[in-house]
Ligand binder design. Structure first.
Ligand SMILES: [Cu+2]
Length: 290
């Protein structure tokens, strides 16, 4: 649709890359055309009133006021269109996003944890089971507080800032936060969800185009908010397996390296490091054993 592409471009929206995104784009498109029509209509009406009821044509005020019912009909029509937009399109689409979750067994499961000012990703590894996370174990070298004593966590993967997912698979993200309210926003996937401390909130999407897509924090969360970015890489199934393999080989243990040294409030500089154990870190069991 030409108008859709034009409006997307005009609004600065990146191209949609998710299965449901075109529905969001249609609502954005229709809302903007509708608001544009209202803006032009009300502006024209305002100018008409200024001229029609100017002082030298109406020296004496009319105490009768408007007698025609046109404005009432027009306003009713506007309310009706808005109601249809909200009840007919927006609410059902929202309900589908939050109620109609895909089956977990066919989906890619990820835990995303926001912190000032990074996104941590936790993947369950080969066994498909997430290792236990314990608040008391959270440290610079173990940002998610993974319990080393839990066998299910032995093969887990922790990635900082970059998440890979395969194309054409549903992705379910369980979202949480370690400190303040963040927002896991994937503009290319047309989805965003607040990450709230003390809560785990699920969200899902299905990428339909390979490529790199920006992950941004959509809530002003502190001084370094502007730098709280990550990358979602949508891979072909083969590339995804290769990435998983690489991560497993890279992670001598399931614990990510400490963030790069930086002044308080500043995001880390340079590319995201891999989960290679920092020099001098105690050797732990290789993954894949359990
Ligand atoms: Cu944030």
């Amino acid at each position: 649709m030409i108008s859709l592409a034009l409006i997307n471009e005009f609004l600065g929206l990146p191209p949609n890359a998710s299965a449901h995104g075109y529905q969001i784009d249609h609502i954005i498109e229709f809302s903007h055309w509708f608001m544009g029509a209202l803006f032009l209509g009300w502006s024209a009406f305002f100018i008409y009133v200024l001229i029609r009821f100017r002082r030298n044509r109406n020296p004496v005020a009319s105490h009768e006021g408007v007698t025609s019912g046109i404005s009432t009909h027009l306003e009713f029509a506007v309310v009706l269109i808005e109601a249809v937009l909200l009840i007919g399109f927006a609410v059902p689409l929202w309900a589908k996003r939050v109620n109609a979750f895909p089956e977990e067994k066919d989906a890619i499961l990820v835990h995303a944890v926001g912190q000032q000012f990074n996104w941590n990703f936790h993947l369950p590894g080969k066994d498909g089971v997430f290792g236990r996370r314990e608040l008391a174990l959270v440290s610079n070298s173990n940002p998610l507080g993974l319990d080393p004593a839990d066998a299910a966590g032995k093969d887990d993967l922790v990635a900082l800032g970059e998440l890979h997912v395969p194309i054409e698979r549903n992705v379910i993200v369980d979202l949480s936060s370690k400190d303040v309210i963040h927002n896991f926003c994937l503009p290319g996937m047309r989805i965003a969800q607040d990450a709230i401390p003390g809560q785990i909130i699920p969200m899902w999407f299905k990428p339909v185009k390979t490529g790199n897509y920006e992950i941004v924090c959509g809530q002003l969360c502190g001084l370094g908010h502007y730098g709280m970015k990550g990358m979602l890489v949508v891979d072909t199934p083969d590339d995804y397996q290769a990435w998983l393999k690489e991560r497993m080989e890279l992670s001598g243990n399931q614990i990510a390296p400490p963030p790069l040294a930086r002044p308080p409030g500043e995001p880390p500089v340079g590319p995201t490091p891999g989960t290679v154990a920092p020099p001098g870190a105690p050797k732990t069991e290789k993954p894949g054993g359990g």
